[in-house]
Design a protein around this ligand. Structure first.
Ligand code: ZN
Ligand code: ZN
Length: 344
């Protein structure tokens, strides 16, 4: 089979690899029909996250089950499925609490040995451990490119808004209108928010945020705090989402949230950064953070994608073939695409 592999920083290649085989109970093999290129793939592409040369990339996928191993009951051969970007054991302390994203044995597709040595989805075939937790049937009528958002980007946007405990009629600020921030805008709208303020410094992202129902505010050319005050009778938003993963965004989120409000830091952090604890404390803010519990959100997200409450289709700016992966990575790296979907 073909597989998109990391070679060296700035270099991926389409390699020929042996087809995967079932090795343990609970596994399934999926023939990949659509697979996304994601912002987190760029961390690997640049070598900011270490990965072994030759490792297959990718963690967003839709396809058809071609083999279901012993003990798999949720999906069967011939099912059209989508999957989460990570797997979980279903048995450990954290899985029993439903915190699948913190599973003691959790593994992430396409991230090399540091995240569980699980070969990636940018390939013709994908081995999926824990298939009953990781995979879901794609609801009738949902396109591949929309369904694959449930397994990562939309699941993450959903996680951010769920963390805000938003009430209908509430107000939200989303800082950073990349794919995850734009998905969070849609989820906030679907959750009944009366005001969603989207902040970014790229005009076309602001325009897309506006098309999704947000009030667009340019980070440097407009008065972000003024816009929030105007929308909230001067109080600040009920919830603020840092969809960037930068201390400036986190601080702004803390400043834009109202007293006793919530800040969800969904952007990726791996280093020590300063949080203005004085603001957090004096405003009695709730600070939520961490990777999204995408497995827990698969069913509600798929339901909302199927009934049209959420529609990330406009985020797919490029369709390319798997063989064009090296060019797809170069395009994504130049920030010329929001979401690229590769078809094997
Ligand atoms: Zn992703
Ligand atoms: Zn577990």
């Amino acid at each position: 089979m073909r597989a998109v592999t990391f070679q060296a920083p700035g270099e991926v290649r389409v390699d020929e690899k042996p087809d995967p085989e079932l090795t343990a109970p609970g596994e399934a093999i999926v023939r990949v029909e659509a697979t996304g290129v994601c912002g987190s793939d760029l961390h690997l592409y640049h070598g900011r996250i270490q990965i072994e040369p030759g490792f297959t990339l990718g963690h967003e996928y839709v396809g058809t089950v071609v083999a279901a191993g012993e003990g798999v009951s949720g999906v069967s051969e011939g099912d059209r499925v989508l999957g989460a970007f990570l797997t979980a054991c279903g048995k450990c302390f954290f899985c029993r609490r439903g915190d699948f994203h913190k599973c003691d044995a959790g593994r992430v597709f396409g991230h090399g040995a540091t995240l569980g040595s699980l070969q990636g989805a940018q390939a013709d075939l994908l081995l999926v451990p824990g298939a009953d937790l990781t995979l879901r049937r794609v609801p009738e009528g949902l396109s591949d490119e929309v369904a694959l958002f449930a397994g990562d980007v939309m699941g993450t946007g959903y996680h951010a808004i769920e963390a805000l405990d938003l009430e209908p009629g509430g107000s939200v600020a989303v800082l950073g209108l990349g794919p995850v921030g734009l998905c969070a805008v849609q989820v906030a709208q679907a959750a009944g928010a009366a005001h969603v303020i989207g902040v970014d410094s790229v005009d076309e992202r602001l325009r897309m945020g506006e098309a999704f129902g947000a009030t667009p505010v340019h980070l440097t050319e407009e008065d972000v705090r003024g816009a929030v005050k105007e929308a909230t009778e001067g109080r600040g938003v009920d919830g603020a989402v840092d969809a960037v993963g930068h201390p400036d965004a986190l601080e702004m989120a803390c400043r834009l949230a109202r007293k006793a409000g919530t800040v969800a830091a969904i952007g990726v952090y791996s280093e020590r950064v300063e949080v203005h604890m004085g603001i957090v404390w004096i405003k009695s803010l709730t600070l939520r953070s961490g990777q999204a519990n995408v497995i827990a959100h698969l069913d509600p997200v798929l339901e909302r994608l199927a009934n049209g409450d959420l529609d990330p289709a406009p985020l797919v700016t490029h369709h390319m073939s798997l063989d064009e992966a090296p060019e797809a990575y170069r395009i994504y790296d130049r920030h010329e695409a929001l979401k690229i979907v590769l078809s094997p």
